[in-house]
Structure formats: C-alpha cells, structure tokens
Design a protein around this ligand. Structure first.
Ligand SMILES: [Zn+2]
Length: 290
C-alpha cells in the first residue's frame, strides 16, 4: 500500500482533473484507502477469527477489476458511489507506484532493508505533506477521514455485498465497521510528532524480533538519499524514466479518466462493458493483470 496521505492527495487531484464532483467528499476520501483498513482489523491478534487481513491481501492481488466493477454496479447511494470512486483511485495509485517501490527495495537498492517497503512509503507520504504544507505530519483526518454513521453503514453494506459476490465470503457487518476504527487507531499511532511513539514502535519491533515491523510505518520519515529516477519495472522488465512525481502524475491522469467513466456509467451514458475496459484489472502490488 502506498501510504494514506499519498492516496487521499492523488484522489483529490484526480477528482479536480476529472471535472466531476462526487456527492460525498468524505466517503470518496475514505474509499481512497481501498482495502487497507482490513489490514488493521484486530491488529492486536495475530490471526483474528474473521480474517480480514488475509482478505485485504487477496483484494490487492486477485480479481481486482471484477471487484471494482461489482462495487460500481452495486453502489446506489451518494455515499456508496463516492466510496466506490475512491476505491478505484486506490487501485490506480497502488498498481502504478508499487512496481517502483519493489524496484527500490530490491537487493542492493536504496531501500534494501527489513520492511524497506514501509520505510519507502512513509518517506513518500512525509515528503508529499511537506511539499503541500511545508513541514510537520498530516493530521489524522487527512489520512483517515471519519465516515459519519449513516455513510459508514452504507459503505460497510457495499463492501459486505461486493465481497460476497466476488469472493463468496460472508463477512459480519460489525467486523467491517470495526476495521475502520482499528485503521484509525493504527494511523494515529504511526504519527509521531515528538518522537515518543517512535520509541514505542522500536520497543514493539524488539519484543517481536521483527526489525522495522512497526518503525517502518512511523512518520515523519526522511527519504533515503539518491533515489534513482531511471528504473526497471521488476515485473515487466521495462526500463522507465521518472520516479515518484511522474508516477503520481500518471495516477492522477488515469484516475481522472476512471472517475469520469464511473460518473457516466452511473448516469446511464456508459455501458458496464465500456466501464470494465476503462477500469482494467491491475494487481495492486504488481500492476499486472489479475
Ligand atoms: Zn492498499
């Protein structure tokens, strides 16, 4: 997962570029966190009975297009449609940026260290916040917008029904709602303005014997030096130029096209087949079709 501020920022920019406005800004931004809240569900347990973390992983790597399309079709209320559009943005950014992060964390690369992926994405998040606001760290509402009660219910119902349709898994409604609050808690912990929580994170890493397990997600995080702008996509072997800034710009452009297509589809001006082509079906982790 790219980190949350990068997702929300890209989603906002894409919406402006698209020329459309979605009815619920909050639900749209919450959607931009995609399946990530499921990773945080009951984070204090290694394997919760309702295994939302495992499902989050599957959502990132299996049937991506089918899931987005089913969600778009099932989204009826303003909050559900806004959330679905945000979710499409999560897929758009993740699938474009992750191959680069994978390249940067390869053996011998700048982020070749335990949990390098997390360190890289926390640094990107901090850098983007600094670019936009000059310093500090994004407040919690900027990475984890709270869904008001009615919207939370509608969004949770949409997720439950879409997961059932595409993966045949029946999730308890309450678990989905809880995952949003657990995600918010985890995000609160990862923001360490004065460094106190960073110390606790180091303690957690030490107790679990997992270097970087919690620390890699802590912000603010300074970026590594000499991040290369020319790179080889490890999944396709393609040589590419331009680092994060060109990938973010590409995600905004593609995202804008997808938001426009979704709005046209909901207005009855685009068929489901046409929408399917625009959404594609990229694996969130590799960008390859899945
Ligand atoms: Zn993600």
């Amino acid at each position: 997962m790219s980190d949350a501020y990068a997702h929300l920022r890209t989603a906002r920019h894409a919406m402006v570029l698209s020329g459309y406005t979605l009815p619920s800004q909050n639900a749209f931004l919450a959607g931009a966190n995609g399946p990530d809240p499921f990773f945080s569900y009951r984070f204090w347990e290694s394997k919760p009975t309702v295994d939302l973390p495992a499902l989050a992983q599957r959502l990132h790597t299996e049937r991506a297009g089918e899931f987005l399309l089913a969600m778009a079709r099932r989204a009826l209320s303003p909050a559900q449609r806004s959330y679905a559009a945000g979710f499409v943005m999560h897929n758009t950014l993740d699938s474009l940026v992750h191959p680069y992060v994978a390249f940067l964390t390869q053996k011998g690369a700048v982020y070749d260290r335990p949990c390098g992926h997390g360190y890289c994405e926390s640094a990107l998040d901090t850098a983007l916040w600094h670019l936009d606001f000059g310093g500090g760290i994004a407040p919690l509402r900027e990475v984890c917008p709270p869904l008001i009660t009615g919207e939370l219910g509608e969004v949770a119902a949409l997720l439950r029904d879409t997961v059932d349709e595409v993966f045949g898994i029946q999730l308890p409604f309450v678990a989905i709602c809880d995952s949003f609050s657990h995600f918010s808690l985890v995000r609160w912990f990862f923001r360490s303005r004065f460094g106190f929580k960073k110390l606790i994170a180091r303690g957690i890493d030490a107790v679990l014997h997992k270097p970087g397990f919690a620390s890699s997600h802590m912000q603010p995080r300074r970026p590594a030096k000499d991040i290369p702008n020319q790179w080889i996509n490890p999944y396709t072997g393609t040589l590419l130029r331009g680092g994060f800034s060109s990938l973010l710009a590409a995600a905004e452009k593609t995202g804008a096209v997808r938001i426009r297509a979704l709005c046209l589809y909901w207005d009855g001006a685009l068929t489901e087949d046409e929408l399917k082509k625009v959404l594609g079906s990229a694996n969130y982790d590799t960008g390859l079709p899945c």
